[in-house]
Ligand binder design. Sequence first.
Ligand code: KG4
Ligand code: ZN
Length: 377
Amino acid sequence: MSEACILGIETSCDETAAAVVRAGERLLSNVVSSQIATHQPYGGVVPELASREHLRAIVPVVRQALAEAGQNYQSLDAVAVTRGPGLAGALLVGISFAKALAYALKKPLITVNHLEGHIHAVLLEEKQKGNFSVAFPVLALVVSGGHTHLFLAEEREQCWQYENIGRTRDDAAGEAYDKVAKLLGLGYPGGPVIDALSPHGNPRAVKFGPVQIKHRNRGVSKEDQTAYDFSFSGIKTAVLRYVQTEGMRNSVDVRRQALATLVKPKSEELLQHCDQKTLDLVASFQRTVVNDLVAKTLQAAHECGARTVFVTGGVAANNELRQSFVREAAKAGLPVYFPSRQLSTDNAAMIAAAAYPKFLAGDFASAEFSAEASLAL
Ligand code: KG4
Ligand code: ZN
């Protein structure tokens, strides 16, 4: 078996990341430069600013990844880069850099789908722990700021093949977290904040209708419908309506101003600025989203005969989601694996790991390819 060392590069959204992974199973370095401080004042990622920050960070981040791995440009066996999906301008920074590097070094260049990367983050860490016997088919829930997808994955001749059996019809789950946090004046990104606050609220205090697709049969062709689709825009609107009808607007404005000066507020600082009503609302929102993600994923796993469940992407860092999956999957007799919190959110280790089967198969990119903002898996 080849011991190839692959440099991964990831710039699809707001993290500039580089990592070196040996043989798809040994993480030698993992460097992530986050742009949270740049985008925080806007309450979301600003594409032009993201590209500019990637340009600034890419060279030092790659150098650091090589140094921490004890590698140099010559000792690498291949360069892997995210081709999409993501922000076109942001992707292009990583792609241009990776192309130039591979060309100058005369090393193979491998392109990776960002979503496939999230799935391989799980596999990389399982292998690192010594677990080489993941049972197929695997049902992977990829749940992040831009995506909520269910993929049924099979391994054939060392390569993974995917069938997309569910997706969000509107907002991604992470997007709903971010929007709800924004409208409650809790800052950006919303997921970690709501995760930290939820245990302090009553998750049964506010009743939301089931987070389900409305009007499933309208505007969607029959072939395009799947039973496992998600929809999170309704709950975001329900939170907004609750804030309006319960007269919470003033307290939201006060909180927004108080937290605006803090870059990464600690849980205690967040708690100081939240009344019980807000904590109950946040806890109820999270419980509804988590229950929906867990129930639909396990239903799909059961009906599709999956033998393993992977939960990955930024929202997979969520404590309640993890606990709920562990509890419910155990009842269903299914093993469920997550990446560590570090590899749940965007990183380049997952890109280098996903590139390894392609390296073995000689699946290399030609020089002509470009970024694909809506690349499907
Ligand atoms: O995978 P990721 O880093 O980037 C995308 O590919 O989108 O995911 C970022 C998303 C954001 O929406 C963020 O709010 C969410 O993941 N997130 C979380 C948590 N940590 C990050 N959502 C819920 N709970 C968390 N602990
Ligand atoms: Zn991601």
